[in-house]
Design a protein around this ligand. Structure first.
Ligand SMILES: *Cc1c(COP(=O)(O)O)cnc(C)c1O
Length: 358
């Protein structure tokens, strides 16, 4: 009988609820507006010639490195951040090694680290999901070979101070430190400029969120040149497809599209947080394009009622410390007008029903 490696046999299944997502999709933190018109125009020019050739990643890498003020040797384009995480795990983790992840967080860290046979150590976030620097420092040992941190974190929207991230990187020279800045555009703070100073610091960015290109699968992994050289060896030379490569320069050049969208999302974030406060629903102040709120016992009813109005939001009850929590992605101002009105009426109705039962 053909047997997989034990690490794969024991892996938890991760099946995001992707089926039948019709309506306003506020469940996966995607861009709800679309994509830059410059990208759409570029897509219309893709011809057979571009499809028949193997994709050439390097010129686009050089260009994007320039945008980020990095050397091309410090950057690898990846098939989404997911592949960046996979490459880091593949490059640094072995059976018996340890990976630290702050929980709750993005599911892919645990999954991809565990698939190598390494042991995943969940380090619980502090009160109000604050960054658990002390616990992380206490969890370090000679077997710690990877630490993955989303900043801002998903699903909490919480952030870690840059100086604490750098302190951790210095305290764990034996480990690769991944700072996943998938939501950088909505936050504005970064440690990207520090990769030249730290030999074990990596920063990931994605085109899936602010840029609106989740379907194209493109991400950025930046890190020390000597380490990026190794990761490049571990990657397929064709990991990013030709269509994505053609679109990325246009996406990067259209600052206006991203800036405008981010401004709308930030405005929507303030409005949603105000509404939650008015309604007495606890939430965690977010620096990302979503807000996590505590609906307690009526979380699943709330999610179902929103779906009845064709608005999809995500129940995060299964995440560590998130029982009763729902994550709501922010949309444009016009979309948020509707979302907030629908939320108000649903929550009033749920309260009236509760009162009637009491
Ligand atoms: C959405 C998300 C990503 C994006 O991953 P891609 O593979 O680039 O689509 C990465 N990290 C976090 C924390 C996310 O929430």
């Amino acid at each position: 009988m053909l047997k997989p490696r034990p690490a794969i046999r024991n892996l938890k299944e991760y099946r995001p609820p992707l089926a039948g997502r019709t309506g306003l999709r506020l469940d996966f933190n995607e861009n709800t507006q679309g994509v830059s018109t410059r990208v759409l125009e570029k897509l219309r020019t893709i011809d057979a010639e571009q499809l028949t050739r193997y994709p050439e990643r390097e010129p686009v890498e050089t260009l994007i490195a320039g945008f980020l003020q990095l050397e091309p040797e410090q950057l690898l384009l990846t098939n989404g951040v997911d592949e960046a995480i996979q490459l880091l795990c593949h490059t640094y983790l072995d059976t018996g090694d340890r990976a630290l992840v702050v929980v709750p967080t993005f599911a892919m860290y645990e999954l991809l680290a565990a698939s190598t046979g390494a042991e995943v150590i969940p380090v619980p976030a502090g009160s109000n999901f604050c960054f658990p620097l002390e616990s992380l420092l206490h969890s370090l040992d000679s077997r710690t070979r990877l630490i993955a941190i989303a900043n801002p974190n998903n699903p909490t929207g919480a952030v870690a101070p840059s100086d604490q991230l750098l302190l951790l990187a210095r305290a764990a020279p034996q480990a690769a430190i991944l700072i996943d800045e998938a939501y950088f555009e909505f936050f504005g703070q970064t440690v990207l400029n520090e990769i030249a100073n730290l030999p074990n610091l990596f920063v990931a960015r994605t085109f899936s969120k602010a840029y609106g290109m989740a379907g194209l699968r493109a991400g950025i992994l930046a890190g020390p040149a000597t380490q990026i050289r190794l990761l490049r060896k571990a990657a397929s030379p064709y990991n990013v497809n030709a269509i994505a490569l053609a679109c990325l320069p246009e996406a990067m050049r259209d600052h206006q599209f991203v800036d405008r969208y981010v401004a709308e999302v930030r405005h929507g974030r303030a409005r949603l947080q105000n509404l939650l406060a008015d309604l007495g629903i606890p939430y965690w102040p977010s620096q990302a394009n979503f807000v996590l709120a505590q609906f307690g016992g009526c979380a699943s009813q709330f999610v179902a009622a929103m779906a009845q109005h064709n608005i999809l939001v995500r129940d995060r009850s299964c995440d560590y410390g998130c029982a009763g929590c729902v994550r709501i992605t922010l949309g444009t101002t016009e979309q948020m007008d509707r979302v907030l009105a629908v939320m108000k009426s649903i929550l009033n109705e749920l309260r009236n029903r509760e009162r009637a039962l009491a």
